[in-house]
Design a protein around this ligand. Structure first.
Ligand SMILES: Cc1cc2nc3c(=O)[nH]c(=O)nc-3n(C[C@H](O)[C@H](O)[C@H](O)COP(=O)(O)OP(=O)(O)OC[C@H]3O[C@@H](n4cnc5c(N)ncnc54)[C@H](O)[C@@H]3O)c2cc1C
Length: 458
């Protein structure tokens, strides 16, 4: 592993009374290509101790609902089964993850945690550190396992756009193609710690949880590494030729990896390595390879740069550029032909059939094509009483229905609709200099009726 993935949070003295090393899995919910798990196994081997993997489920998580939890638990069930085969004890608890973890640290020589970049994920780790910093023996290491180039290495400031971060990432990423083989745990003692659940019956568990039960599980997407891996192979072999035209929502030419990447069920580095292999074996064309890498490596990691360095990335007043605020201010009182509210959106009840179709795809399946996400959000800007109201509505719907919602890409994608990482366009009513999109564009560029028919049939 490239050493720059590792942040040494706290030193500790060896203590013979400690009985295990613990890995706090939270962001990288997988076994494959997991640098944090690999580091935890090596630490356990170093101290000749068994390894425990801890996961905390918080049913008070913002916008927690059946859809996202079902998907996450399907992935975790697979993880727990695989860890068992590797001799690693998996424990699942309910409550704030960092708080539930604290009692388990009394007997731990070392804690390894993966890294999350959203504010609440950073706060959990910070609060945990403050709670246990006086524990003399506990070592704490944090490992980035979710990015190809960790955010703080790629850049030390908020980047202006893809064109400013691209050269930095391109210079560095080869040295972060750094995962070889998961280390083998030496000490496979039959240590058993109390887990709140064993994930045998996910449906039953979901029923008991205090989450939003109105957003039902998606029957279109199943969680877990195996399904992510199967879909990615299918993408390479059957869809990647069409990837250069994947902006067209009527073509099913994208990989759908965002929902798996969001929960860390598959690693972006593994996807990159599989793309290289496919290129070598002639399974993917150079143009598709380049365009996919641009999304996975540059656009995705730009989103992480944004949430890490842009304070208050989820607040309307702080999420975009000065020129964008100025133009919104100048157009705040422009007359609007249509004004809709949340219920119109959630019932697919606007005058625009393409918007209604996109909304249906989102509500029913938990996913929406990238081009339609842009169009969908731009329409909400056009039909809202204010820019701020539009921002809040878009983010609310995004994080409520998308399986990949509440991701760095969510905040960045929504901010992009308000000018972030974009440029000023010719001034027009309502939008000012923000980029405008309309139905005529969809009709001119794509076979949009085919998209409407596809979604109508679900
Ligand atoms: C208004 C709006 C809201 C969005 N909300 C989300 C969200 O909640 N969660 C989310 O993950 N993405 C979001 N996006 C970004 C993008 O739409 C999705 O990542 C993409 O559609 C995922 O589909 P895919 O995996 O099939 O993409 P593919 O085309 O197969 O791309 C592969 C991977 O590259 C990355 N990628 C692709 N497009 C983008 C992009 N535009 N920006 C950054 N990374 C990208 C993703 O990690 C994706 O999984 C949003 C975009 C907009 C404009």
């Amino acid at each position: 592993m490239n050493k720059e993935r590792l942040l040494k949070i706290k030193e500790g003295k060896k203590d013979a009374s400690k009985t295990y090393v613990i890995y706090w899995m939270q962001q990288s919910q997988r076994v494959h290509y997991n640098h944090a798990l690999d580091h935890a196994i090596r630490m356990a081997n170093h101290f000749d101790l068994p390894l425990v993997c801890f996961f905390g489920i918080d049913d008070k998580y913002p916008e927690a609902n059946e859809r996202s939890y079902q998907f996450m638990l399907e992935g975790l069930k697979e993880v727990s089964e695989l860890l068992k085969k590797l001799g690693i004890n998996f424990i699942l608890t309910f409550g704030k993850p960092h708080q539930s973890l604290i009692p388990f640290l009394n007997d731990a020589q070392a804690l390894v945690m993966d890294r999350g970049y959203l504010r609440h994920q950073r706060l959990w780790r910070k609060e945990l550190y403050h709670e246990v910093k006086s524990n003399d023996s506990l070592i704490i290491d944090m490992v980035d396992a979710d990015l190809i180039v960790p955010v703080h290495v790629a850049s030390q400031k908020v980047e202006y756009g893809a064109y400013t971060i691209r050269p930095k990432i391109k210079k560095l990423y080869e040295s972060f193609r750094d995962f070889r083989k998961l280390a083998v745990l030496n000490n496979k003692s039959d240590l058993k710690l109390d887990s709140d659940d064993d994930l045998d019956d996910i449906d039953q568990l979901i029923k008991k949880m205090n989450i939003d039960h109105t957003v039902k599980k998606s029957i279109y997407y199943k969680g877990g590494y195996k399904e992510a891996s199967r879909r990615f192979s299918e993408f390479i072999l059957e869809k990647s030729d069409l990837y250069p035209e994947s902006n067209d929502p009527s073509l099913d030419a994208t990989s759908h990896m965002s929902i798996y990447l969001h929960f860390g069920q598959i690693s972006s580095l593994e996807l990159l390595e599989r793309l290289y292999l496919a290129l070598e074996q002639g399974q993917i064309k150079g143009e598709s390879f380049d365009q996919y890498v641009e999304q996975l490596l540059i656009r995705r990691e730009l989103a992480f740069n944004y949430v890490f360095y842009q304070e208050e990335y989820d607040q309307f007043e702080h999420m975009t550029e000065d020129w964008a605020y100025q133009t919104m201010e100048a157009h705040v009182n422009d007359k609007k032909t249509y004004i809709y509210d949340l219920s119109n959106y959630e019932e697919y009840n606007t005058h625009d059939p393409y918007f209604n179709t996109a909304m249906k795809e989102m509500v029913v399946t938990g996913y929406m094509h990238n081009y339609m996400r842009m169009y969908w959000a731009k329409k909400i800007i056009e039909w809202s009483p204010s820019f701020k109201k539009a921002y809040e509505t878009i983010l609310y719907l995004n994080n409520k229905y998308f399986i990949d919602g509440r991701d760095p890409n969510s905040y960045t994608g929504v901010a992009w609709c308000f000018g972030k990482h974009d440029r000023a366009w010719t001034e027009r009513e309502i939008f000012g200099k923000l980029r405008y999109m309309n139905d005529k564009g969809l009709e001119r560029k794509f076979n949009i009726e085919k998209y409407v028919e596809k979604i109508a049939s679900i």
